[in-house]
Design a protein around this ligand. Structure first.
Ligand code: PLP
Length: 455
């Protein structure tokens, strides 16, 4: 049996040279606690260890603990707007604006011209009106909140008419019927799953109707024998009955994406022009900004939303408002948008460009991998993600990693997740695909692979 009386004292470990950098970084108290933990483990395992060894293990423990799980990672899943990986990466202009707003005081609710109290939404109002053609605009925490407060404001205690084909679940517990219930509106479903006609809406409209709701079925497509009442016709039906139409666009976009060869999503401007009284959409999907929910439309309805006490609970802070303002401002110059907005830049990268990147990096990556892992260039398909354009994929290229039978791809993925800057790929056809569509920091990627000594 090992001689446990030989375990060093806490003081001896604290005084070793190996402990000094940890003390400088984490403080004496933290290091002392970590040393106690390591000594307790050594005692329990009955394994003798010297003072330097305890110091090293305690330092490693503290370094692991200090590493944030929110540290930047490489999203090589091929899904550009990955909800679980934080959706849109912001434009440099937005990052700078947010950083400045974090560090300093800003005129959040203060009019610099008059010195009077201002409104926090005023910073975005003008830009949103200009970019969407709407009369007025307001902004809340996310699009789920935008839908919640819009429904509550227009229809609390009354009926909201919606097609059975549009009662969506987005994921993360966002189900339209549940949100409607929480907003205090009565759900009146019309039509069938695949077909809803104008007469279905007309038959349901009555004195109890608070609004008609249209939902962009962003994360699925109903194909085949289908019928949907389009925005303009539905607006006319709602207005005949003197009730407002709320159109939840989900992702929504401020520009026609077909300009960059992507499939056209409905733009917010079109939804407004079709006659929707309110339109809601997300800040961090195709728009490429921070998490937020926009509501644009009729001035009187926006004013009513701003008076709703829920607004106070759902409002944005100065950091996100600053980032949103800078993001929206980029849309004033569509010619340079793809160069400045990371989301659009990634979505519009061509297959040939990504293939060239894969072939260029392949030898360096292969050299950093365990010897039994094979790395090859392989075509793949990227997805837009966040429910936008669900059936459209983009041709892309990947580093395809395969291992001999018996070697667990799980273990390789786990090793990638434990890297200083984790690398997240996608398992497909028994191989791990690293789709390079979203890789811009190549030196950082190689350094992360090298730091760990996977090979
Ligand atoms: C994504 C989405 C939402 C929710 O938006 P968040 O910004 O994620 O809160 C609501 N409605 C539709 C149609 C969506 O696609």
């Amino acid at each position: 049996m090992a001689d446990l009386s030989a375990l060093p004292s806490v003081d001896r470990v604290l005084n070793t040279a190996a402990s000094q950098p940890a003390i400088a970084e984490h403080g004496r108290q933290e290091v002392t606690a970590a040393i106690r933990e390591v000594l307790a483990e050594a005692r329990a395992a009955r394994s003798p260890v010297d003072a330097e060894g305890v110091a090293t293990r305690a330092s490693e423990k503290l370094a692991r603990r200090a590493r944030s799980n929110l540290r930047p990672l490489f999203n090589l899943t091929g899904t550009v707007l990955h909800t679980n990986l934080g959706r849109a990466q912001l434009a440099e202009a937005a990052i700078e604006a947010a950083t400045r707003a974090m560090r300093d005081a800003v005129a959040l609710e203060f009019e610099l011209e008059t010195g009077k109290r201002g409104e926090r939404d005023d910073h975005l109002r003008g830009l949103l009106r200009e970019l969407t053609g709407a009369e007025d605009a307001t902004v809340v925490n996310n699009n789920a909140a935008a839908v919640l407060i819009a429904l509550n404001t227009l229809g609390a205690g009354r009926d909201a008419i919606v097609s059975r084909g549009e009662l969506i679940e987005i994921g993360g517990a966002f189900r339209m019927p549940d949100i409607m219930a929480r907003a205090g509106v009565r759900l009146v479903e019309v039509g069938t799953t695949n077909r809803t006609h104008p007469k279905d809406y007309r038959g349901a409209l009555g004195p109890e109707t608070g609004l008609v709701l249209k939902v962009h079925t962003s994360n699925y497509r109903i194909e085949g024998f289908t019928k949907e009442v389009q925005g303009a016709e539905l607006a006319a039906i709602a207005h005949e009955a003197k009730v407002p139409l709320l159109n939840d666009l989900g992702s929504g976009t401020l520009v026609d994406l077909s300009r960059w060869g992507l499939i056209k999503e409905p733009t917010v401007r079109e939804a407004v022009a079709e006659g929707a009284d309110l339109v809601t959409f997300s800040g961090d999907k195709l728009l490429g900004g921070p998490q937020a929910g926009f509501i644009v439309g009729r001035k009187d309805l926006i004013a009513a939303i701003n008076r709703n006490p829920m607004k106070r609970a759902l409002r944005l802070d100065k950091i996100r408002l600053a980032a949103l303002e800078a993001t929206l401002a980029l849309y004033r110059d569509p010619d340079r948008l793809a160069a400045r907005l990371p989301t659009l830049r990634m979505l519009t990268r061509g297959e040939a460009e990504i293939e060239a990147q894969v072939r260029r990096l392949l030898p360096q990556v292969a050299a950093l991998l365990p010897p039994d892992v094979t790395a090859e260039a392989a075509p793949c398909r990227s997805q837009i993600g966040s429910g936008a354009l669900p059936t459209e994929t983009l041709p892309s290229f990947a580093i395809r990693l395969s291992a001999p039978r018996g070697r667990d791809l799980e273990a390789l993925q786990a090793a990638f997740r434990a890297l200083p800057a984790p690398i997240i790929g996608r398992v497909q056809e028994g191989a791990l695909f690293l789709d390079l569509r979203c890789l811009s920091d190549e030196p950082g990627f190689l350094a992360s692979l090298a730091a760990h000594g996977l090979a």
